[in-house]
Write a protein that binds this ligand. Structure first.
Ligand code: HSE
Length: 431
């Protein structure tokens, strides 16, 4: 195969960008053999001039002007690893309108604008690939687009955020409180200085929007996803979960249900012998149920520079190989379903409640009456940690399946009872 080299423009030279640049520089011969032409880093957009001075990048052509990358006739593929919505979105649009194929790791841009960007790329006969946007180096986008294409996917249960999974693992195994675990995650470089997107579940919601759109062939926007973070959890919730035989994970859930879909991200009790319960630390895992393939689990490190670079360079290789062979298959988002999203109040699941109550006769009777009046059936109760001096106790209740709207109403009524000092937490129970 003879062809001029395939030119790459790299937007961003942060941790992931540097890992991509190093692979393209250090593995160039091996990559050239795979695709039939050299894959050459032609230009890098980076505002920090100090990075340009690093020895390992001395050979790179750096610029701080986006146009110099997107209009460079020698650039065939633009790799975007800046992250965040802006200006990454505008840069990707500019690359497409200048006839460049695009590879991105940007979950926020793909979750919010993927449909428009993919349509625009298709119109220009260009590829837009985003394997690294979900699960980093875990192959997910390609399996959903190709390997599972013959399946009707019924459910996705996933751990999609490494930072929160690390925090929950430490809270469970070390008994740490949330803020200690968060500080440690920041110290180890897992959580960002502003960790809100991870902690509040938005990072997982972006990823779930991308996966559920591919799985159900219907448009799922991130704002359609019910999203609840992990900051309400306390060390005692993990102790009670263990007593009942459960682990607590930040779950991303997508389910098909009678012509509707459920899409939600929130902490959940899951049986401690389930596969996802054993996924600890910064690892991610995605459990998918297809009518033909059955139950599948994809797992691996869902964050990290070399993991993201693994998926990003693979996307660039696919495009480069197509360019070399004159074949340009442009994957399309097949949105041939219009599945309404089930409102959160209509979902049905089991629940765990933790309350601080007065430690005296008839308390349980009053609470169970309120629950019963709202058609909520109790499956187990334990009373813990009585404080003799204060005459209070911690009451932990597990329920049978109940509707979310009934649970919310019942909890409001329970809070009004004079014998209830506080409804300290409630957590949904899955599986
Ligand atoms: N912040 C993400 C996580 C990594 O903690 O999983 C990149 O998606």
């Amino acid at each position: 195969m003879s062809r001029r080299d395939i030119g790459v423009g790299l937007l961003g030279l942060g941790t992931v960008g540097s890992a991509v640049a190093k692979i393209l520089l250090n593995k160039s011969n091996k990559l050239a053999e795979q695709i039939g032409a050299p894959l050459v880093l032609k230009k890098v957009l980076e505002r920090d001039v100090n990075k340009a001075r690093l020895d390992c990048f001395a050979s790179l052509a750096m610029t701080d002007r986006i146009e110099e990358v997107t209009t460079d006739p020698e650039v065939d593929i633009v790799i975007e690893v800046i992250g965040g919505e802006h200006p990454a979105l505008e840069y990707i649009k500019q690359a497409i309108s200048n006839g460049k194929h695009v590879v991105t790791a940007n979950k926020e841009v793909i979750a919010k604008h993927g449909y428009e960007l993919l349509s625009s790329a298709k119109e220009h006969n260009l590829q837009l690939r985003y394997e690294a946007s979900v699960g980093s180096g875990i192959p997910l986008i390609s399996p959903f687009q190709q390997d599972l294409a013959a399946n009707d996917i019924s459910t996705i249960y996933a751990i999609l955020n490494g930072t929160t999974n690390y925090i929950l693992t430490q809270m469970s195994q070390e008994g740490w409180d949330f803020s200690t675990a968060l500080k440690q995650a920041q110290k180890l470089g897992y959580a960002e200085a502003n960790p809100a997107n991870d902690i509040e579940g938005m990072d997982a919601a972006y990823k779930l929007a991308i996966l559920s759109t591919l799985a159900f062939h219907t448009r799922v926007d991130p704002q359609d996803i019910y999203c609840e973070g992990i900051s309400r959890l306390q060390a005692s919730d993990f102790r009670y979960a263990k007593e009942f035989g459960y682990a607590i994970k930040l779950l991303a859930i997508a389910k098909r249900d009678n012509g509707t879909i459920e899409v939600r991200v929130h902490p959940a009790f899951i049986p401690e012998d389930s596969q996802l319960a054993k996924v600890d630390g910064v690892y991610n895992a995605i459990q998918v149920e297809g009518d033909l393939a059955g139950d599948l689990v994809f797992s691996g490190q869902g964050a990290g520079a070399s993991q993201a670079a693994s998926a990003i360079v693979a996307d660039a290789l696919i495009i480069a190989r197509d360019i070399c062979h004159g074949a340009n298959y442009v994957p399309e988002l097949q949105l041939n379903q219009e599945l309404p999203i089930k409102p959160m109040r209509d979902i049905k699941t089991r629940y765990y409640f933790r309350m601080n109550v007065a430690d005296r006769p008839s308390v349980l009777t009053q609470i169970s009456r309120v629950l019963g009046d709202n058609s909520i059936s109790i499956s187990a109760v334990i009373q813990k940690e009585s404080d003799l001096a204060a005459q209070t106790a911690v009451l932990v209740i597990m329920t049978h399946p109940a509707e979310e709207k009934a649970v919310q109403k019942a909890l409001e009524e329970v809070k009004q009872l004079a014998v209830v000092n506080e409804v300290s937490n409630f957590i949904r129970v899955e599986g």
